[in-house]
Design a protein around this ligand. Structure first.
Ligand code: MN
Length: 251
């Protein structure tokens, strides 16, 4: 099966090797994002040691950036070496809104660096900050292809992000609420791929895992009112188109 997990924190699972075996077993392609830039090399070597097909993003999570300001330079330097950048973005929720300035400096800095390097595929966090994310993206139109992960903004922010060229990665947790389903319905179907955001995303106590991808496709099929196999094929074609647009060789 051709399955896609376009936002997964592989290095945060207790046993990444077993996650990779599961991915290889079900034919799931992974974008392994990182929350700190110095994790990317380790994730890449985990991936090389497995049969799974994994792309690695160099990232600095907006929830961490104020604690790791010195990692901003490392992120900017790393952009030259990695085809994917993530997890990056802004978080305006109560716990982090005092750190807007440093978040914004990091985000704008990495977008500028991506522009200088000819563009990257970006996996972007935008919780309670969708407006600011879209504004910053609009100022950096050559940063590459932005993929907004677990988008939770308003319908008007969503419309503006579509106009700004954003893609979307969607997972089971966001499909459980009516608002989340309404957002997915408003996204252009040819710019949607699936994600787990595991193991950070949970349903109940269960960490999301690439093994949930068939269930994710079923839930998305239900929203799109398409058969499961057509939904899986659509997500797969989108994934291939996304890589092609980003100049990434698809294996
Ligand atoms: Mn994440």
């Amino acid at each position: 099966m051709n399955l896609v997990d376009f936002h997964c924190h592989l290095d945060l699972y207790d046993d990444p090797a077993s996650v990779l075996r599961a991915c290889a077993g079900i034919g799931a392609r992974l974008l392994a994002v990182t929350t700190l830039p110095n994790s990317a090399t380790r994730v890449a070597s985990l991936a090389r040691a497995s049969d799974a097909i994994v792309h690695v993003g160099i990232g600095l999570h907006p929830e961490h950036v104020h604690l790791h300001e010195r990692s901003i330079d490392e992120l900017l330097t790393g952009v030259s070496e990695w085809a994917f950048v993530g997890e990056i973005g802004l978080d305006g929720s109560a716990d982090y809104k005092d750190h807007q300035e440093v978040q914004r400096r990091a985000f704008r800095g990495v977008l500028s660096e991506c522009e200088r390097r000819g563009g990257r595929i970006l996996s972007i966090h935008s919780r309670r900050a969708a407006r600011a994310v879209v504004d910053d993206l609009a100022c950096h139109p050559a940063a590459g292809i932005p993929v907004l992960h677990w988008f939770s903004g308003t319908q008007s922010e969503l419309a503006d992000s579509v106009l700004a060229g954003c893609w979307f990665s969607v997972g089971l947790p966001m499909m459980r609420s009516a608002a989340g389903r309404a957002r997915i319905l408003a996204m252009p179907r040819n710019r949607v791929v699936t994600e787990t955001d595991g193991p950070l995303a949970t349903i109940g106590r269960a960490q999301q895992h690439p093994a949930e991808l068939p269930a994710t496709i079923r839930a998305l099929a239900n929203i799109w009112q398409l058969p499961d196999d057509e939904t899986r094929e659509m997500v797969w074609r989108n994934y291939c188109a996304l890589l092609e647009a980003g100049g990434i060789q698809n294996r």
